[in-house]
Design a protein around this ligand. Structure first.
Ligand code: SF4
Length: 436
């Protein structure tokens, strides 16, 4: 039996896709082995969000070749889309699949393995029936180059892909070039995937996409239609939305979520800058006043005394071209004084060839970016400590995960506070009410 190992870089969408490739390869008769094992095929799902991610991808490809120089390496993901010819030159690389070709990964690799197997046989032998294509990613439900995907790595929580691509073309971002235009599968197909997840015993789904709230463009449906349909899936008890643009998280959606649904008080929202000057130059579709009023609206609708508060995780880019110290301090002050999120995901700006921001002459020095990242990370730590502290003595609901470390297990409350307790296998996948 041929063995295949997987490595994923980047976002949750990539993890959902890799997990789906893995299930489909296993269905086709391959054995999935741990990364680091001596496999026949290495599949690497890459990321191109920063220069650093691209470097990491090249290193992983080289490592895979060192692990087994006879193995065939398959590369896909955003870096594969953007730098196909560079990757093809790396030793051991057999296939590179860009964004438009992802649904062909399993059939192509299986066809290749079948043809290799047949050419290894003595001439008199009967040709084996091709193992290719059965149960591959090329499912009848597939919609163009968009295929259903969900992760199964963690037994209690699954990332379900509902949307791919983006039409926003923010000034710093390569994602629309790497993943293509915004598109989605119909609600009914996604619900069918959620039912499969529920049947596997998983209790929580994280709704995942590139520009998740843009859902519905290619099917004429609305994001809220999807949320309502998913809410009815038996067996799934909790949903989170992995990341949503502030302009797409409408009051209608917030009102519905707050009306007693399975959707948790946890939002991951990209801000990117707390300066209106920088937001305009980034090409973002809101200003700080709109952002702040959205956060206030959510808090008013969803927070009640004695109940868990809403966890806001906010993305911020430090050191966008032209960001002076004063403009950066606008961001810092906006987060510290006006938004006060539970967590800030800070990214130093990374110059990506082909984007508008990369052309600018007023790039910020790396040392300045590093200092700004540090300042925001320190702010994030203190805001997070304060958020957790404000829940002391409150009763929350924790979904415990399966892994054990030093005799302990962990899980997350509805509002994403990580909680630990002594390991008890009986609690895996269970939602337990406990005092924080
Ligand atoms: S919304 Fe902007 S930052 Fe997000 S994927 Fe689209 S272009 Fe990139």
């Amino acid at each position: 039996m041929k063995q295949i190992a997987f490595f994923t870089l980047g976002c949750k969408l990539n993890y959902a896709e890799t997990s789906t490739y893995e299930r489909n390869f296993v269905k086709n008769g391959l054995e999935a082995v741990q990364w680091g094992s001596d496999a026949d095929i290495y599949l690497i799902n890459t990321c191109a969000v920063t220069e650093h991610s691209e470097k990491k991808c090249r290193n992983i490809i080289r490592k895979a070749h060192k692990m087994n120089p006879d193995a065939d390496i398959v590369v896909t993901g955003c870096y594969a889309q953007l730098k196909k010819t560079d990757i093809e030159k790396l030793p051991g690389v057999k296939f590179v699949f860009g964004a438009e070709e992802k649904s062909m990964i399993v059939p192509t690799v299986m066809e290749y393995l079948a043809s290799r197997a047949s050419s290894d046989l003595p001439e008199t032998s009967e040709m084996p029936e091709s193992a290719a294509l059965s149960g591959s990613c090329r499912t009848p439900e597939s919609s163009g180059n968009m295929f259903p995907a969900y992760s199964t790595g963690e037994r209690t929580r699954s990332f379900l892909k509902v949307q791919d691509g983006c039409d926003y073309f923010c000034a710093y971002c390569t994602v629309p070039y790497a993943r293509g235009r915004s598109r989605n599968l119909p609600v009914a197909e996604i619900v069918a995937e959620a039912e499969k997840i529920a049947a596997s015993g998983i209790r929580e789904i994280v709704i995942t996409g590139v520009n998740t709230g843009d859902f519905g463009k290619s099917t004429g449906e609305k994001f809220l239609d999807l949320l309502k349909a998913l809410n009815e899936v038996d067996g799934i008890e909790r949903y989170r939305i992995s990341s949503i643009e502030p302009n797409l998280l409408t009051e209608e959606i917030v009102d519905w979520i707050a009306s007693g649904t399975k959707f948790l008080p946890h939002f991951h929202i990209p801000l990117q800058s707390g300066s209106d000057t920088v937001l305009r130059e980034m090409g973002r579709r809101y200003d700080t006043a709109a952002f702040e009023s959205k956060i206030r609206y959510i808090r008013e609708k969803m927070e009640k005394p004695g109940m868990p508060r809403v966890f806001f995780g906010i993305d911020v880019i430090a050191g966008f071209p032209g960001e002076t110290d004063e403009l950066f301090m606008e961001t810092y002050g906006f987060l510290k004084d006006r938004i006060r999120p539970a967590f800030i995901h800070v990214f130093p700006y990374s110059k990506r060839a082909g984007t508008r921001a990369a052309e600018r002459k007023d790039q910020v020095q790396d040392s300045v970016k590093t200092r700004r990242v540090e300042l925001l990370e320190n702010l994030s730590r203190s805001l997070h400590d304060e958020f957790v502290e404000s829940h002391k003595g409150l009763r929350c609901h924790v979904l415990f995960e399966s892994s054990e470390k030093d005799g302990m297990m962990s899980g997350y409350t509805e509002n994403y506070i990580r909680v630990e307790r002594p390991y008890d296998s009986g609690l895996t996948g269970k939602i337990v009410e406990m005092e924080i």
